[in-house]
Ligand binder design. Sequence first.
Ligand SMILES: [Zn+2]
Length: 260
Amino acid sequence: MFYAHALPIKILIVPGHDKEIWGAEYGNIKEADMNLNLGTQLFNILKKDKRFEVYITRGKNGYTKEFSDYFSKNKAAIISFKKNAKEENQIKIDSGTFLNKTGVVHNAVNEETAIELYGINKWANENKIKVVISIHFNDYPRPTRWTIGKYKGFAIYLPDSQMANSPESTKLAKSIFTELSKKYTPSTYKKETGGLVSDENLIALGASGTLDQSVDSVLIEYGYIYQKIFRNTTTRHQAYLDMAKLTAKGIGNYIISLSP
Ligand SMILES: [Zn+2]
């Protein structure tokens, strides 16, 4: 088998959020833990594949040494990377060469989280990462954390067509979508109709041009946190494994499609 890209192909898994800012919650279930569980399963599956060199941003004890060191040693550089990218992007918006679209509204992140997310992008560019997979579970404002919401299903966010890494990322997203949809249904939330959602504002996808053209990035919302399948411990853990397997299959098929 020949590949258009040098082997090994580098893959970065980013389980969303962390212990301090855990994202969504239902009852006593926190999104950050779910993301880590699924992300670790995906890491373990991909690691067995000789074609891949796999990285993950965090484990049970928080950010891995690679990333916590990178954030602390490069803080000033990350801040200017973020600032320059935003300024350049604003120039494009002002001159009309980049259209600022509003799609699904996401929660704003605090400054420290933003530095970590832009830091991950900077690291991915520098380390020639081919595929970045950000892992999340979805939510929307509900009266209490025990309220079962009305939307369900998965959605894969991909970089907007104006972004340099959009064409390849779109192929990756579609390949993962094909696999996930064999077992799970796409989101029933109107703005996520069809399950493939392009977005230019999510940092993880390379907002303000912060991911190189060669870095394919998708952000997967695997389902709404209050769904029945996630409320029961057994079915939740089975879902982590099944979802990780399908995601790995989608990534594998995409990589094969890159061969000449
Ligand atoms: Zn999230």
